[in-house]
Design a protein around this ligand. Sequence first.
Ligand SMILES: Nc1nc2c(ncn2[C@@H]2O[C@H](COP(=O)(O)OP(=O)(O)OP(=O)(O)O)[C@@H](O)[C@H]2O)c(=O)[nH]1
Length: 388
Amino acid sequence: MQLNVETLSLVNGCQALALALMLWFGTRGGSTHAINGLRLRAVALLLEGSADLILAFASKVSPIFVLLVGNTLNLSAQAVTIVALRMVLQRRLCWREAILLGIGGWLGVTYLSTAHPDYLLRVLWGSFFLACNCTLNIMALWGGCRKPDTRAQCLLMWTYVLSVALLVWRNIWLWAVPTPPPGIDTPALINTIYVLLFGIQPLFASVGFLLLYNEILQRGLHELARIDPLTGVINRLGLLEASEALVTRARNRREPIGVLLIDADHFKSINDRFGHDDGDRVLLELVANIRRMLRAGDLVGRVGGEEFLVLSPSVESSDLMALAERIRGAVERSSFFIAGQRCELTVSIGAAIADSDELDLMAARRRADIALYEAKRAGRNCVMTATP
Ligand SMILES: Nc1nc2c(ncn2[C@@H]2O[C@H](COP(=O)(O)OP(=O)(O)OP(=O)(O)O)[C@@H](O)[C@H]2O)c(=O)[nH]1
């Protein structure tokens, strides 16, 4: 089997164009940042594929056309990819950097093709700018790679790291051999290997883009299922998962966990008086007040309409009562003005302690519930603690 540069470029070009069409039509109708990023990646593939096809038919067109148009397409594709990746990751887009790198690369390559033709210097110049493009992509992906569940992000980052390695290897080889080939379309082992590997890169990068998109989507869904959309605190499911982790840690350290059940008093009357939308705003203020009183490591979640649960690890009963009292006082002191009218809110709180040998927080939660009921019966706006 003969693997020459023209054949490989033809295969690479067709593959990139097919990928571009799949990405473009597969993402039609969507309009999120990430989808727009994928569509921009399809544009980059279109440019890359066109550059490959020009190389595939290099013998049929003038060499200067191959050089100038081919390199313009390739450098533009790299610049577009920088922006596309950042769109998917929802980062600053770096348009300016991408355009400057594209222009810098193009000017040097054009100069070294026309005014002062020098193949080795041209490859070195082009490779430097391609490596800078890849480095920008690596930098965009690097931060996320250190977080959990970002496997696709790491895979894509390694694709770009290997691309830089390939560029470095190509230049070292070209400068090291006594008679380097005079052009990319000259039959030579180095050209074949480079075109083969650099042609596969868009395929890997595109699969990486899709995996990354999937990963971001999964993360978003995971968050959506655990965050209360109105108040931004975790919901029942989030609390359940967080409490399992808290219980395991507390049991290992043999520490108790404090549980507070906080319920807004007469909230129905606030809704009746000001309307549901302003009632929502009052709930947001309530959550802000609770959060302000918590220590680092304490958790707050929404368990129902106007009912919130606070989990406070490693607290004694007196500390928990003090925390509950601080929350109650803060809510009582805070005043909301809605449409010029003063709206007063108070909360009733039930408190309970889960000992380190309790298997889950359900029993403590039930005790806190009973204490909350007692606080409501005692006239509201007070804290009651559960008897163990
Ligand atoms: N604005 C708004 N109201 C909510 C939300 N969720 C629940 N509510 C309201 O909260 C009120 C709860 O009413 P009740 O359970 O009777 O309790 P309450 O009026 O606070 O009285 P007590 O708890 O006995 O002091 C209802 O009117 C619900 O419609 C929400 O997300 N936004």
